[in-house]
Design a protein around this ligand. Structure first.
Ligand SMILES: Nc1ncnc2c1ncn2[C@@H]1O[C@H](COP(=O)(O)OP(=O)(O)OP(=O)(O)O)[C@@H](O)[C@H]1O
Length: 328
């Protein structure tokens, strides 16, 4: 993880960079230079010209460590609807980045762009670049199966397969041929049952579920509670050895105790993985993330920086109003 996380800065859960904040295209650089003051319309601006605080007070935020994802000038349309506008952002490795903002501002759309899940939406058109370890994931030669193994996703509703707990975790490694089991592999001396057992245990442990299910691995996953099902989905995601885990409101369907377990787990996962999480819950973003990106209506990224700074000293007046519940 990059730096210490902050405690909730705001009361209530108001259910997440404008041209100003992104200036030349990004505020959240891993290594960067101070952008020139630029207004909404792209022209240079002086203090007092905009409703925002004077552009000069914007702080270039540099993160420790290297960027694992680098997004440049990302625009997304659904038909004529311009859902994301000129988004540029660097996401540091092994940390938690929260995406917050009011409903419909494009958080999920942005998240889906990070592993090309928007390719599945016929109406979606994506322009710009998303680089993963320096490689453009939108390049023609990219293998989408491999990409989504490296950049996994956990959804709002837990969605385990109607199979056993063990089968849920082992499903993808078996499907990709990383694990072989059954009579034929046994006859050929290539049976991986032991490795599968190890993998299942490791993933369930890493997803903080092992202690609760160790004695019933062959039970149907649908018999687990919602919180357990969500941790199983995280274990299933870990089974293909990802580097990045995208989470779209992973706790919104869970009760407070199950939510607390998922938050604790996210904190632990960030020691080995890069987590990008969409949340409506600002207190949750403040509790669990290292960086926070605030999107506002119209698909703008208005502010991006260290979570503590964004919540305690937002540079954008609109973000301050959103965080304090004045709008959104
Ligand atoms: N599959 C789709 N087809 C057409 N338009 C879409 C699709 N998905 C999202 N949109 C539109 O894109 C905009 C951004 O939606 P998105 O779901 O990314 O926002 P969000 O911030 O995640 O919202 P919420 O917090 O309510 O989930 C909205 O106007 C939405 O209606």
């Amino acid at each position: 993880m990059t730096e210490s996380r902050t405690t909730p800065a705001t009361a209530g859960e108001a259910d997440a960079q404008s041209g100003e904040s992104i200036g030349d295209g990004r505020t959240g650089r891993v290594e960067g230079t101070t952008p020139e003051p630029v207004g909404d319309d792209g022209r240079e601006t002086t203090a007092g010209e905009s409703a925002e605080r004077p552009r000069e007070t914007w702080r270039e935020h540099t993160f420790e460590g290297e960027a694992i994802l680098s997004v440049d000038d990302l625009n997304v349309w659904y038909g004529d609807d311009h859902a994301l506008r000129d988004i540029s952002i660097d996401i540091p490795r092994e940390s938690v980045t929260a995406l917050i903002g009011p409903s419909g501002c494009g958080k999920s759309t942005f998240l889906r762009c990070l592993n090309r899940m928007n390719d599945r939406i016929r109406a979606a058109r994506v322009e710009g670049t998303v680089s993963y370890d320096g490689q453009d994931i939108y390049a023609d030669e990219v293998d989408l199966v491999e990409l989504r193994k490296r950049i996994g996703m956990v959804f709002q509703q837990p969605n385990p397969f109607p199979k056993s707990i063990r089968d849920n975790v082992a499903y993808a490694p078996r499907k990709h041929g990383d694990i072989e089991r059954g009579l034929l592999p046994k006859l050929l001396g290539r049976d991986d049952t032991d490795s599968e057992d190890e993998l299942v245990e490791r993933c369930l442990r890493d997803a903080a579920l092992w202690d609760e299910v160790a004695d019933r691995l062959d039970d149907n996953a649908l018999g687990l509670s919602g919180g357990q099902q969500q941790r199983l989905c995280i274990a299933r995601c870990l089974a293909v050895d990802p580097e990045i885990i995208l989470m779209d409101e992973p706790a919104s369907a869970l009760d407070p105790i199950a939510t607390a377990k998922i938050e604790e787990l996210i904190d632990e996962l960030a020691e080995d993985y890069t987590v990008v999480i969409v949340t409506h819950n600002m207190q949750q973003a403040a509790r669990i993330s290292d960086q926070t990106a605030v999107f506002l209506t119209g698909g703008e990224l208005v502010e991006y920086g260290a979570t503590e700074q964004v919540f305690e000293n937002p540079q954008s007046q609109r973000v301050e109003e959103y965080i304090t519940g004045k709008f959104g």
